[in-house]
Write a protein that binds this ligand. Structure first.
Ligand SMILES: [Zn+2]
Length: 328
């Protein structure tokens, strides 16, 4: 059992945005004195977020701009900081500047530019990417919970940003950070895998099936339902692969492989434009021809396809794609 746990843990840690090194310091969140000390400490770093974008400096390679508190003191007085945690002697806080004066954003533009994490591809190192994704996810949750879902009164940040408490004394409801679970599944049968595309995607892009988990269903139920809704295929077995925090905008992707009990499918859902069974040899041929494009390698969908492909006799997917440099 221990070995199986380690395998899943290690496999998930390989997913981009999942290699988060931070100790989240759950007990320290409730210590206001410690929080104040950390907010002015030279060993602390601020992770700015603005309109769901991260501050990056890509002069040579893509790097996150992490701000020392004394560099831009106005940062911490303008918005409520969110304690992310600590790693290697550094305490990290996120600040969301979306609702602040644009002048503060302009000050930060001297240090880098706010960019969508999606556009960074895999240029960022994995640990930093995970911290930025975490900061983005927390900022997104705060933005969307400024008012109490129970009574509609304003809420305020507490416990280092891990609670938003309703300011109406008669309600006083506490709201906690949320993430939306979504399943993502590689369907396979008889040495072929099922890949599908949506009309809005770039030409030639195919990926695996995905969808949000609905109330009242297990993750495995969600896999069976999504595959059925999108392709009308029945899956006979469902195997967990790994998971990935997915900050676009606030999901947790839970990856599976599933064996189909039949080959026949039709697009039962309007979401898909086209779907196909691919053998490994067809994937090789079509990638080489430039007619098939897989999802970006920062995505768990890419890793699910890679895991399945690499288990066959056609070599490693990463080697095949490396030969295509410049083509995609
Ligand atoms: Zn309330």
């Amino acid at each position: 059992m221990k070995q199986a746990f380690m395998n899943h843990y290690e496999r998930s840690a390989l997913n981009f945005f999942a290699a988060n090194p931070l100790d989240r310091l759950a007990l320290k969140r409730r210590d206001p004195t410690w929080l104040l000390e950390q907010l002015s400490a030279p060993t602390s770093r601020i992770v700015p977020v603005w309109q769901s974008k991260s501050l990056l400096n890509n002069q040579s390679t893509v790097q996150a701009v992490l701000v020392e508190p004394s560099t831009v003191p106005a940062l911490l007085s303008a918005v409520e900081p969110i304690l992310l945690g600590a790693y290697d002697g550094v305490t990290y806080f996120a600040v969301d500047l979306s609702a602040t004066e644009i002048t503060l954003v302009e000050v930060l533009h001297q240090l880098g530019s706010f960019q969508d994490l999606w556009s960074t591809n895999n240029g960022l190192d994995a640990k930093t990417a995970a911290i930025l994704a975490y900061a983005k996810g927390m900022a997104y949750w705060h933005q969307r919970h400024r008012f109490c879902g129970d009574c509609g009164s304003p809420t305020e940040s507490r416990d280092g940003g891990f609670v938003r408490k309703c300011t109406n004394p008669a309600c006083a409801k506490q709201h906690f950070p949320r993430t939306d679970p979504a399943i993502i599944v590689l369907v396979h049968a008889d040495e072929k895998c099922l890949l599908a595309r949506q009309a809005s995607w770039p030409a030639g892009r195919y990926s695996v099936v995905a969808g949000f988990v609905e109330p009242g269903e297990s993750l495995e139920d969600a896999v069976k339902r999504e595959v059925g809704e999108e392709t009308n295929i029945t899956v006979a077995s469902v195997q967990y692969h790994s998971s990935q925090p997915w900050p676009f905008p606030g999901s947790l992707m839970i990856g599976y492989t599933a064996e189909a009990s039949s080959f026949d499918f039709h697009y039962a859902d309007e979401e898909l434009e086209h779907a196909r069974w691919f053998s490994r040899a067809e994937i090789v041929a079509e990638i080489e021809q430039g007619t098939l494009k897989l999802p970006p390698n920062i995505s768990i969908s890419h890793r699910l396809i890679e895991s399945w492909f690499d288990a066959g006799e056609q070599g490693k997917l990463s080697d095949l794609l490396a030969k295509q440099t410049g083509k995609w």
